[in-house]
Write a protein that binds this ligand. Sequence first.
Ligand SMILES: O=c1[nH]cnc2c1ncn2[C@H]1C[C@H](O)[C@@H](CO)O1
Ligand SMILES: [Zn+2]
Length: 360
Amino acid sequence: MDERPTLDDIRRAPKVLLHDHLDGGVRPSTIVELASESGYEELPSADPDGLRTWFTEASNSGSLERYLETFSHTVGVMQTTEALARVAYECAEDLAEDGVVYAEVRYAPELHTRTGLSLDAVVEAVLDGFARGGRDHGIKIGALVTAMRHQARSMEIAELAVRYRDAGVVGFDIAGAEAGYPPTRHLDAFEYLQRENAHFTIHAGEGFGLPSIWQAIQWCGADRLGHGVRIIDDITEREGPDPRLGRLAAYVRDKRIPLEMCPTSNIQTGAAKSIAEHPIGLLRRLGFRVTVNTDNRLMSGTTLSEEMAKLTEAFGYGWDDLQWFTVNAMKSSFAPFTERLELINGVIKPGFARLKWHRA
Ligand SMILES: O=c1[nH]cnc2c1ncn2[C@H]1C[C@H](O)[C@@H](CO)O1
Ligand SMILES: [Zn+2]
């Protein structure tokens, strides 16, 4: 039996992160500096510690729409190529510091054009920051470009994903308020991406339920689901020994559709009641392809290691469970198959073996 991994141990494990927003993980000190350089005057606090507290508290509203309002202050200071490259570089540094070896980090290029930057200039600045930060700190980062679901620019953003696919953009996503903005609103973009053999994930089953998940998979063809927590609504007799899966839940499990689960974020937006009651426990038990993610490290005051430590405490997970989440994530990434294999066999498995052996 392996001993329960501690937060410090988990930090040393080679981890994989598929769902993390660039504008949801900016360092408070960087926000303060960028605001002062650019003359942004709307910050709720000029002090990095005060700002950190403000973000976590303001994000605890229980509503996705209110949670999303907090992004105005990160997006507000990410409007130049220098700011974007800096934030991307620091993101690579922070993730590497937490022991992440491969990450897919997303952001919405259309939110960063207020001072006249082109979408291409935004993408190139972020890719530059990821490339330099990745090289300096020993982490591989792929970018996902996100279209905002309440806007009408998804086709342009999908084209951007395809144009930069060989330069570090590994996929596409849609995000923003889910209720009232179904995935099929962007069907043309998803059909285009499929014709181009491109990868995409869709935020679905977070702020809205099963119809959103169903559309994301069966109409739009999503490779993965961002959150997907509400798939639990299609599982009955959940407390008993033999939970029953409806057609959609069975499809998601049978097809091994990856779920990018973000426990703390889900509690803040009201998609789950607590860590202990988070659907991840049941979904893991039922063998869904579950991965563990941060969503927004700033808003949730978290890291990937902390998300895993919370799950370890709530569900009694050991090293084998944490390795299973990690291998699931690497298998589900949009990196080429050979790179995924190399990381699984050359980095993840040996890294976890060392930790397990050390603790045995
Ligand atoms: O959890 C989320 N659900 C839906 N949209 C989100 C979530 N976290 C961040 N976003 C939005 C706000 C950001 O500005 C945008 C791009 O990263 O994506
Ligand atoms: Zn998200």
